[in-house]
Design a protein around this ligand. Structure first.
Ligand SMILES: *Cc1c(COP(=O)(O)O)cnc(C)c1O
Length: 370
């Protein structure tokens, strides 16, 4: 068969290991998964109740326009319904954008390391990929701007960035937006928006009003705790949404996802509480790292990238065998780090105990990153 040749260079997305497979393999009775930045507190009770009570027929196609969810999100954000597009997760919107704008004569600019799906989709579309290294874990917007040319159809910004947890301050973002050509779409992926506490974080929804080439992506998968239902959305001016819509599958967001996400966005008390607990639990991890001279990037998210100065796969494997699944930094562009999702207080205490054991082993065996 004549597959697109770039497809043959790709491997499928490697997700964080599943708890069931690890349990069996190491004969463990409890597994704590801190690998995919899911909400350790699950989702709002109201969202959960919506799943039980929604009288949805599995035989009937979902509402392709996601009317009720659209109205709920629009009123929550203070935008018009026509300023929204929904995806089967925000991954699906990344795919739509790539499909709509990228091709073999176009290029696309992104940071490295950043979220893997921008590059993955750009490769499938055959676009040239221009990667601009992070500086101190942060986007180098000056270099990204310098990399943009007349063939740059999409620029990807991830703020806070996965896997570093760093964000772009408002003043830097605005001066970047001022200079990017009108014909280049700027994608601002805010999967962790709700966790941000930095005071100089921008109000991206307002920015979509001033910059007609900006789309903001958000998701119900992270703080909302609905990763398995696959609901994400994009916010942009109606002209962008209208142009993207034909690239969307007709029934991409399932009925259960629509109903539950609507209930979830209406319970902001739960979101506030998770945000607060995340910062408390994170403070404990910061303390531990500081006491043990472990370097990390200050994070605005529910994950933290910690540098052990040892092959990240070794740290990963050690923790795995003790029942804690994290992400090795090796596949994420930080070979001596691991990315840890902030868990509940109890989960973190358990994890830090095991990390402590690893540090003792590292010391006695003289492990290094080489
Ligand atoms: C998790 C994540 C996503 C994908 O989220 P879904 O809505 O579940 O597809 C997108 N971007 C970043 C940066 C993420 O970390």
């Amino acid at each position: 068969m004549r597959w697109k040749k770039q497809l043959l260079t790709l491997t499928p997305y490697q997700p964080g290991k599943s708890t069931e497979s690890v349990k069996k393999l190491y004969n463990l009775d409890k597994i704590v998964k801190l690998a995919s930045n899911e909400n350790p507190y699950g989702c709002s009770d109201k969202a959960h109740a919506a799943l039980q009570t929604a009288s949805l027929s599995m035989a009937i196609y979902p509402d392709g326009y996601a009317t009720n969810l659209r109205e709920g999100v629009a009123s929550f954000l203070g935008v018009e319904p026509e300023e929204l597009i929904f995806g089967n997760g925000s991954d699906n919107i990344i795919q739509m954008i790539s499909r709509a704008l990228l091709h073999s004569e176009a290029n696309t600019v992104m940071a490295i390391p950043t979220f893997s799906q921008y590059k993955h989709n750009a490769i499938i579309e055959g676009a040239e990929i221009i990667e601009v290294p992070l500086v101190n874990g942060e986007h180098d917007l000056d270099q990204m701007l310098a990399a943009i040319d007349e063939n740059t159809n999409v620029v990807w910004l991830c703020s806070p960035n996965n896997p570093t947890g760093t964000y772009i301050p408002e003043s830097k973002l605005v001066s970047f937006l001022e200079k990017v050509p009108q014909e280049t779409l700027i994608v601002l992926d805010e999967a962790y928006y709700e966790y941000v506490v930095a005071e100089d974080y921008y109000q991206s929804i307002n920015l979509t009003r001033n910059y007609s080439n900006l789309i903001v992506l958000r998701t119900f998968s992270k703080i909302y705790g609905l990763a398995s239902l696959r609901v994400g959305y994009g916010v942009a001016n109606p002209a962008i949404i209208k142009a993207l819509e034909p690239a969307r599958e007709p029934f991409n967001v399932n009925s259960f996802g629509q109903a539950v996400a609507l209930a979830a966005i209406e319970d902001q008390g739960f979101i506030e509480e998770c945000k607060r607990k995340n910062r408390e639990n994170l403070a404990r991890i910061y303390d531990f790292c500081d006491q043990n001279n472990l370097e990390y990037f200050p994070t605005q998210t529910n994950f933290i990238l910690v540098d052990f100065k040892v092959d990240g796969d070794k740290v990963f494997q050690f923790l795995l065998e003790k029942g804690y699944i994290v992400r090795s930094g090796k596949a994420l562009g930080f070979p001596t780090s691991v990315r840890i999702t902030v868990g509940t207080e109890e989960e973190n205490e358990g994890l830090l105990k095991v990390i402590n054991e690893f540090l003792v082993k590292k010391e006695t065996e003289g492990l290094t990153g080489k």
